[in-house]
Write a protein that binds this ligand. Structure first.
Ligand code: ADP
Ligand code: ASP
Ligand code: MG
Length: 404
């Protein structure tokens, strides 16, 4: 008997009809003789709506209370779906993360899964029940509910698939697979039959929201057999795996990220240790910096610009301003209207000129590049936020246009 983990995202459970549809997929899998462990997200825009409700009351609410609030969305979904399965006469139980034994760090709003107690879920599965688990949430060692970061239900599903050595982990969503870029923005995007863990991880980390990046990281680490499929149409999706059969194209896909901002620190002293002091201040506050550029040092100083998540800007500015005299800079310039567009592909390691091709596409579309940063299998550019969709289309067309 196979164990299949199935994860259903927000759009897939957005109303009663969609919950029944999901219950139907779970029921079919169960009736085909499999054990089913399903992970559900909050319905539709529930998580965004809850964030808005919190803002109306206290825009600076603690992360602990935010987690108490946001974790409720997933609990609604599993209870409703369990009711739909009960109505079909199937044995089912829904479990919140504390019941399912999903233990995390206590980093509220961005917790990491540390371990999963198999006992309760195993007991329910052994009684032939379908088990529904609330995605996105966990429990800290203090017994408090935590959340895994936006989009984290994918990670809940893959962690469970790894812990229970599931035969397959299916991520059901509102697209029928992973595309060469977001198909909602670029109509010419092509579906990939398969993609490597490494490429998928880079795409997800660079903003392709179809999978939570940590879910891919876990899938790679624990060799989880993973696929992305549509909850609305029954057709083959995309397999995420170690090695793909396809002949390598130079890039696998294009992603955008509009969650970043840029801070320019103007007129810093041009002497050793300045960058160290500045970035250690930020890292001590757990602020992750992405791209960094430094101007050529002059006698009268140098400028350093870096990008960071928009959500960390306020704190970073506060920390830097507090140390203005010690660091010796003149002023900070914050730009929250930037976006990052990235191309990802293992093939670029062996294909010269990939970055140039991307820059040419942006030049043809008259889009100005503000910063560039690269990894072995990725090139990212920072541009004006208003240009982001045009940039995605231009870059995608340049690499994939002739293959349509
Ligand atoms: P869910 O609610 O099921 O978790 P998400 O909204 O988190 O779904 O992710 C699915 C969305 O990801 C799609 O609707 C699509 O707009 C977006 N997306 C971004 N990049 C890609 C890509 N490369 N391939 C497929 N979908 C993508
Ligand atoms: N409901 C959560 C979110 O909207 C988790 C998820 O959907 O994966 O971010
Ligand atoms: Mg998602």
């Amino acid at each position: 008997m196979k164990l299949i983990v199935q994860k259903f995202g927000g759009t897939s459970v957005r109303d009663a009809e969609r919950i029944r549809n999901v219950a139907g997929i779970i029921a079919d899998t169960y009736k085909a003789g499999n054990r089913v462990l399903a992970v559900l997200s909050a319905q539709g825009d529930t998580t965004d709506d809850l964030i808005e409700k919190a803002r109306e009351i206290n825009p600076r609410a603690s992360k602990r209370e935010m987690d108490m609030l946001l974790s409720t969305g997933e609990q609604i979904s599993i209870a409703l779906c369990a009711m739909a399965l009960e109505a079909m006469g199937l044995p089912v139980v829904s479990l919140a993360a504390w019941q399912a034994g999903i233990h995390t760090t206590s980093a509220h709003s961005d917790a990491r899964i540390k371990s999963i107690d198999a006992e309760r879920i195993r007991r329910e599965l052994d009684q032939n029940k379908i088990v529904l688990v609330a995605g996105f949430q966990g429990v800290s060692r203090f017994g408090d509910v935590t959340t895994l970061g936006r989009g984290g239900s994918d990670t809940s599903a893959v962690a469970l698939a790894a812990a229970f050595r599931a035969d397959l982990c299916q991520i059901y969503t509102d697209v029928d697979g992973v595309y060469t870029t977001d198909p909602r923005i670029v109509p010419g995007a092509r579906k990939l039959p398969e993609i490597t863990y490494d490429e998928m991880l880079e795409l997800a980390s660079q903003g392709a929201q179809v999978l939570h990046n940590r879910s891919v990281e876990l899938a790679k680490k624990y060799h989880v057999n993973m696929e992305v499929v549509s909850s609305l149409e029954r057709k083959p999706g995309t397999k995420v795996k170690e090695v793909v059969k396809m002949e390598k194209t130079s890039i696998a896909g294009v992603a955008k990220d509009t969650s970043m901002a840029r801070i320019a620190v103007v007129q810093l002293e041009h002497s050793p240790g300045v960058a160290f002091r500045m970035f250690s201040l930020l890292s001590q506050a757990s602020i992750n910096v992405d791209a960094i550029i430094q101007s050529i040092g002059r006698e009268d100083g140098k400028d350093i610009s870096f990008t960071l998540p928009k959500t960390d800007v306020e704190e970073a500015v506060r920390l830097l301003e507090e140390q203005k005299d010690a660091l010796g800079f003149e002023q900070l310039i914050v730009d929250e209207k930037i976006a990052k567009v990235s191309i990802v592909g293992a093939g670029m390691m062996s294909t010269p000129g990939v970055a140039t091709k991307m820059f040419e596409a942006l030049y043809d579309a008259n889009i100005n590049i503000q910063m560039i940063n690269t990894s072995e299998i990725r090139v990212s550019v920072f541009i004006d936020e208003e240009d982001v969709n045009a940039a995605m289309r231009a870059v995608h067309d340049k690499f994939f246009g002739d293959q349509l």
